[in-house]
Design a protein around this ligand. Structure first.
Ligand code: TMP
Length: 212
């Protein structure tokens, strides 16, 4: 039986995920929420090793299915070792990416049919879904420029721009398909505006939890 809330943050490269996740965590903790932060791919020792494999540009040309299966292998470990135990103990989990990323990147980006991804989703998650997903949305041209300024591009960040347009479309379609769970924020706005929206989201989430 799950008690804590499972919150995920999604978006394509250079969207300001790290800064905004740190801000969201700080806001949640100020409201007295017992919070664990994690990320995908990763979040466990095994998952972090899988992440290294996935992001290493030496593996450019990795097969699409291997990429998808590695994402879900890391996810299976993450769920069993960290996410489910935390939720069951009443903690909230704030996760930098989850399965919506597989639908956006491996599905829309690489072209793997969604029904194949759904098989793995059902297998690994057995019905578990995030309670809430914040989608930070930005034009990929702007996002990639920001990511490039940071330097040290990983295997995904070296993809062509068309890939990131498909990823963005994939995320927007997910948001339309699950309007109750998703909240889209325009990440091209000034940071203060994005964070005001995050503040409102946190108020709603923590307000909800006091009402059951
Ligand atoms: P990031 O967490 O630093 O953004 O890097 C993770 C990369 O992995 C990012 O480019 C998106 C990609 N990714 C997928 O392609 N599929 C997934 O299921 C997940 C969780 C991430």
């Amino acid at each position: 039986m799950k008690h804590g809330k499972f919150i995920t943050v999604e978006g394509s490269e250079g969207v300001g995920k790290s800064t905004n996740i740190a801000y969201m965590a700080q806001q949640l903790e100020q409201q007295g929420i017992d919070l664990i932060q994690s990320r995908e791919p990763g979040g466990t020792p095994l998952g972090e090793e899988v992440r290294d494999l996935l992001l290493d540009h030496r593996h450019t040309g990795m097969s699409q299915d291997a990429e998808l299966l590695l994402m879900f292998a890391a996810r299976a470990e993450h769920l069993s070792q960290l996410i489910l135990p935390a939720l069951e103990a009443g903690q909230w989990v704030l996760c930098d990416r989850f399965t919506d990323a597989s639908f956006a990147y491996q599905g829309s980006g690489r072209g793997i049919p969604a029904d194949r991804i759904e098989v793995l989703e059902q297998w690994v998650q057995q019905g578990l879904q995030p309670d809430f997903t914040l989608l930070l949305d930005i034009d990929p041209e702007v996002g990639l420029r920001r990511a490039a300024e940071r330097g040290g591009l990983d295997r995904f960040e070296r993809e062509e721009i068309a890939f990131f347009h498909r990823v963005r479309e994939g995320y927007l379609q997910r948001a339309m398909k699950f309007p109750q769970r998703f909240h889209r924020v325009d990440a091209a706005q000034p940071l203060a505006e994005v964070q005001r929206e995050i503040g409102r989201v946190v108020a709603r989430l923590t307000g909800d939890s006091t009402h059951g």
